[in-house]
Design a protein around this ligand. Structure first.
Ligand SMILES: C[C@H](CNC(=O)c1ccc(S(N)(=O)=O)cc1)Cn1ccc2ccccc21
Ligand SMILES: [Zn+2]
Length: 262
């Protein structure tokens, strides 16, 4: 794992990004030390209302693949949990390793998962565009879901089947009627939450992170298709497999991680 992170530093300029934003004291990802998390009984259940008809496209942005939603109305939203406002879903994406031994960005008591799903939302009560919200400290809310290798995830298969069409960086295909709720585990009551940042440039410290305790299961073969994607565009001679697209863990800098469960 450490060698993968060091390899990342060398090979992918993007990951050479600043280890922490200069003066940044709320960077992500982090290791969640369970016994140090503070149980907060005020934390409410998460309320997700996702409309599959707002799903628009899937594309390879050269770091991960994103499924993008129409966020011009409040049709797919997240509220409750640690949040005071209503947040609009704009996209979801994943981070994964070259092997099942690592790949997640967050860890729980140093435990690594083969991949991690991020559902990205922005505060539509306070801001009118994602681009605005991304610069504000209460601008974004990202739900993190750990993936484990096990039985095949039926809901994920529609997405896996679309990946060969976006193998190269900057390729995009239409992708509709996908309910991101199908990627959530049955229990979304139990989560950890803390204030952090985007894990890729511009690394802005605008994210309320909500990391679910319960993971989802996907099959080895489904994860293998993630690894068949490429960081590189069709024109580049040397093709690089899209793997290990995770950031190294960042210092907690005195932050408290709260938990919604005992
Ligand atoms: C941030 C945006 C590109 N990045 C993201 O949207 C993003 C979302 C989630 C994560 S993660 N892995 O933390 O969930 C990481 C990156 C581009 N962009 C839009 C406006 C804007 C303004 C300045 C610079 C870049 C800008
Ligand atoms: Zn992410």
């Amino acid at each position: 794992m450490q060698e993968a992170a060091e390899y990342n530093m060398k090979m992918h300029p993007m990951w050479q990004g600043p280890l922490a934003v200069p003066g940044g004291d709320r960077q992500s990802p982090i290791d969640i030390i369970v016994q140090r998390s503070i149980i907060d009984s005020e934390l409410k259940p998460l309320v997700t209302e996702y409309d599959p008809h707002t799903c628009q496209q899937i594309w390879n942005n050269g770091y991960s693949f994103l499924v993008e939603y129409d966020d011009t109305t409040d049709k797919s939203t997240l509220k409750g949990g640690p949040l005071q406002d209503k947040f609009r879903l704009c996209q979801f994406h994943f981070h994964w390793g070259e092997t099942n031994a690592w790949g997640s960005e967050h860890t729980v008591d140093r435990r690594l998962f083969p991949a991690e799903l991020h559902l990205v939302h922005w505060n539509s009560d306070k801001y009118s565009l994602f681009e605005e919200a991304v610069m504000e400290d209460n601008g974004l809310a990202v739900i993190g879901v750990f993936l484990k290798v096990g039985k095949r995830h039926e809901g994920l298969q529609k997405l896996v089947d679309a990946l060969p069409a976006i193998r190269h960086k900057d390729s995009v295909v239409e992708f509709t009627r996908f309910d991101p709720g199908c990627l959530l585990p049955s229990n979304i009551e139990d989560y950890w939450t803390y204030h952090g940042s985007l894990t890729t440039p511009p690394l802005t410290e605008s994210v309320t992170w909500i990391i679910l305790k319960q993971h989802i299961e996907v099959s080895h073969d489904q994860l293998a298709v993630f690894r068949s994607l490429l960081f590189t565009s069709a024109e580049e001679e040397v093709q690089k497999s899209m793997v290990n697209n995770f950031r190294v863990q960042q210092p907690l800098r005195g932050r408290t991680v709260r938990s919604s469960f005992t």
